[in-house]
Design a protein around this ligand. Structure first.
Ligand SMILES: *[C@@H]1O[C@H](CO)[C@@H](O)[C@H](O)[C@H]1NC(C)=O
Ligand SMILES: *[C@@H]1O[C@H](CO)[C@@H](O)[C@H](O)[C@H]1NC(C)=O
Ligand SMILES: *[C@@H]1O[C@H](CO)[C@@H](O)[C@H](O)[C@H]1NC(C)=O
Length: 448
């Protein structure tokens, strides 16, 4: 039994403890109240970045069209597909990887995710550095993309598709260590340029090629087929329009790059009093984002430096804009040269380095990233520009423009000064300059 002074002692502490327990229970049962209390303890910057990560441009991925697609296919147990690793930048690798995922779905096969060839960071024009003559192995998909998110989203919306992060997961399956070759050409797909003409025929064409090559009665189980890199092949206009909007969302940039973009955008917002709220998406009036694509690997596809600079400046000259964000992997020397030309028309150019290198966290995170990983930071910032100006030959820019096209209010034309360059695409939030055949193909095949 408790002695009475002891009882008094217990009650003295139990009372406040009970109140505290009740308060916590109340806050947890009332989630918004709880969130508000937690938010007050976080500083403004952390809240901004958390919101930036939570509220994606175009809203949350809606997987129902992916579920429908997967449910409509015939799945063959023990049939595996892998694809050669892709090199190059975000847009190029994203295209190849999505094509590989889509090819596996059309084939009704299990998928070994493709890997990514890392470019030579000391000579960025060298996208496929020599590796002693052997086949390219490459980095895990995590090198550019958020694997957890992809795996989680596919498990939820396409449970039929069995996914392997890499061949490492299959080390103990001898049958699949070597692979038979498969390609769109092999299966007899009719292409218009690189684009598949008849999507309806594709699943049957793949199946009949596979069964012709390896008799289903006698072939090893499991069996792996390996495809070349597939580029700009699947027409997004085919099938469900929701699929065109959501399929590309499977590949989201890796988290550290998104965090950095959140920090950079917060710093931009403070520096220029932008009144940005990542929960509200973006507004046309916020800031212009310009893509300068003149780095060492850009020629001969993209116009020369002086031409790009002149047309980009056309968008900010004689507007009320006092600054513009510039997405680029250019050298410091070229960034300065561009900034100087912009100063002559009273516009300050802001690069990601300006927003990140002055603070310890931003500097440390940015310096850890490779050149292609840094481009993901630009990508995430450009998604939130009031007006994004890019190039029709760039899959990076098509990813941005087509992703933003679904944001309410995008219909119509960009309110911008006329430019002498031809315009390949425009809506209220994005303009892509150019008039190339490549641009038309990208328009038809990029899953944003
Ligand atoms: C992918 O997700 C599934 C389902 O949630 C899980 O069982 C599996 O372990 C995940 N794979 C990896 C490599 O994390
Ligand atoms: C091939 O693609 C081009 C656009 O790139 C289009 O204009 C043309 O109609 C297509 N041809 C066929 C036969 O579909
Ligand atoms: C900007 O305005 C000045 C003065 O009004 C004019 O001389 C110049 O041509 C304009 N520049 C452009 C690119 O429109």
């Amino acid at each position: 039994m408790l002695a009475s002074p002891r009882l008094f002692y217990v009650l003295k502490f139990a009372g406040p403890a009970l109140v505290l327990v009740w308060l916590i229970a109340y806050m947890i049962s009332d989630q918004p109240a709880y969130d508000n209390v937690v938010r007050q303890f976080k500083n403004e910057r952390d809240v901004f970045i958390a919101d930036f990560l939570d509220y994606e441009v175009g809203g949350e991925l809606d997987g129902s069209s992916i579920s429908e697609l997967c449910a409509s296919k015939t799945w063959t147990p023990g049939l595996m597909l892998s694809c050669d690793p892709q090199s190059g930048g975000f847009g190029q690798v994203k295209d190849a990887h999505l094509n590989c995922i889509r090819f596996a779905i059309e084939a009704g096969a299990e998928l070994v995710l493709p890997r990514i060839i890392k470019r030579d960071d000391k000579n960025i024009a060298n996208t496929r550095p020599k590796n002693g003559g052997g086949p390219y192995i490459g980095e895990f998909i995590d090198y550019l993309f958020d694997f957890e998110y992809l795996n989680q989203t596919l498990s939820q919306h396409c449970p039929q598709l069995r996914l392997y992060r890499s061949m490492n997961e299959l080390w103990d399956v001898p049958q699949v260590q070597s692979a038979r070759k498969i390609s769109l050409q092999d299966v007899g797909v009719k292409l218009n340029g690189s684009v598949i003409e008849d999507m309806n025929a594709l699943p049957e064409q793949i199946k009949s090629y596979i069964d012709r090559t390896e008799n289903p009665e006698t072939r090893p189980f499991p069996i792996r087929f390996k495809s070349d890199i597939i580029t700009s092949a699947f027409p997004t206009a085919y099938g469900n329009q929701e699929l065109a909007k959501n399929f590309g969302r499977l590949l989201r940039p890796r988290k550290d790059a998104r965090v950095l973009a959140g920090i950079a955008l917060y710093n931009l917002h403070k520096k220029y009093h932008l009144n940005l709220d990542p929960k509200q998406g973006f507004q046309h009036s916020t800031f212009p984002g310009l893509h300068l694509r003149t780095e060492a690997d850009a020629a001969p596809i993209f116009p020369p430096f002086d031409d790009q600079v002149a047309s980009l400046l056309g968008f900010v000259t004689n507007t009320s804009t006092e600054f513009a964000f510039v997405a680029t992997g250019e050298t410091e020397e070229h960034r300065r040269a561009f900034a100087k030309k912009a100063e002559a028309v009273d516009v300050t150019l802001v690069f990601k380095q300006d927003l990140l290198l002055d603070e310890p966290e931003g500097r440390e995170l940015l310096e850890q990233l490779t050149w292609d990983q840094r481009a993901l930071v630009d990508y995430e910032i450009m998604l939130r520009a009031g007006l994004a100006v890019g190039l029709g030959e760039s899959s990076f820019d098509w990813n941005i423009a087509l992703r933003r096209r679904v944001v309410p209010g995008a219909e119509g034309e960009a309110h911008s000064p006329p430019t002498s360059s031809p315009i390949q695409y425009q809506d209220r939030y994005s303009i892509l300059l150019g008039s190339s055949e490549k641009g038309n193909t990208l328009r038809a095949t990029v899953w944003p």
